[in-house]
Design a protein around this ligand. Sequence first.
Ligand SMILES: [Zn+2]
Ligand SMILES: [Zn+2]
Length: 80
Amino acid sequence: MRCNACWRELEGRAVSTKCGHLLCNEDASKILSNDAACPICDEVLSKSLMKPVDINPNDEWINMAMAGISPQIYGAELPK
Ligand SMILES: [Zn+2]
Ligand SMILES: [Zn+2]
């Protein structure tokens, strides 16, 4: 999962917007401090239109497993 604005890898907490985009905390706080719009689609956003989400790495493990790629190739540990 990557931030839809800066494409950095998301870990732990991220922010999902009403317009359906996923932002890292840094981009989300930039929006809130500037009272700006979604950097991807220009939808006007405010705090009530954004909600914190937990990024669950399990989704990616599942996708990799379904694609036949072993997660171990990436040198990461499986979540417990
Ligand atoms: Zn970002
Ligand atoms: Zn958007």
